[in-house]
Design a protein around this ligand. Sequence first.
Ligand code: KG4
Ligand code: ZN
Length: 357
Amino acid sequence: MLVLGIETTCDETAAAVVERAPDGSGKILSNIVRSQTEEHARFGGVVPEIAARAHVDVLDGLVARAMAEAGAHFNQLSGVAAAAGPGLIGGVIVGLTTAKAIAMVHNTPLVAVNHLEAHALTPRLTCALAFPYCLFLASGGHTQIVAVTGVGDYVRLGTTVDDAIGEAFDKVAKMLGLPYPGGPEVERAARRGDPARFAFPRPMLGRPNANFSLSGLKTAVRNEASRLGELKQQDISDLCAGFQAAVLESTADRLSMGLKLFAEQFGPARALVAAGGVAANQAIRGALQEVAAKAETTLIIPPPALCTDNGAMIAWAGAERLALGMTDTMDAPPRARWLLDANAKAPAGFANTRAGF
Ligand code: KG4
Ligand code: ZN
């Protein structure tokens, strides 16, 4: 089974071709990602309209390259998959419309993939992981703990009530004058800093649910920074170290709770899988390792190129769905918001707009 996958939900334009064998194993034949970081850097964050236009400019070329690199012809495709959300709506429309056009012209099935589902199913492509497992997804747009129990079968165990973790790293970087994207910059600065100089709050620590909250911590960093006035290099490093230490402690606590909720509902998790750009952070990886060991499960982090947004994960999710006969019609809508566990209700009091609600 040969599937073309298209990803355009945020600031990466990506196209890939993935092959799925009848035994359920997968192989990436091509995986091309064009990041828009440069276009957005001077604004300190992703500008939706610029993102959508940049997707339009390059997507057809990327699809052609992905097909050529895979040595595939459109008439060999078993289907074409696009991320139909959640994400920035302009970009989602570009990718989904392109996939529909390809599906229509070449008379091949369309699969409208949930971007979060694609992250969730990636370890089945990289290491043939069996269900059920626990996913920790932490990127610039999402922070969720999800029980992955089957294709199309997800239970959200926890999410952020305000900012995503990557978003908080980016905002802290911005307020300290560090460049975008802020995650790697904050991590680098934190290495030279004293995590104990500032007593930042550990959000949600000990709460009986598995939710996250980052905005209070972010505000605490802002308050300290403005109290200091002119920031010296060491101040910036100490603020970053203090912020990261608080994120680590809070994340470890929230994930331990998530794994406990998982075990109560589904038995012990076969693995804890981490995905999203935040999983690149070495300190966070260390904390995840400890959490997994304590819960007596294995930590799996797909290779960096498959942790961050890419086309192969969309193609693979499409292949998993096609193998079960799940396809979509031409009226499949692009969605800015799209809950992974569509039947679940958002807990009361959630103000979040970016984490999948
Ligand atoms: O998954 P991703 O590449 O894109 C989406 O958000 O969809 O994640 C990017 C996010 C950004 O917010 C970035 O600052 C964060 O991941 N990030 C990090 C690190 N590297 C990337 N956050 C903390 N530490 C890092 N080393
Ligand atoms: Zn993503």
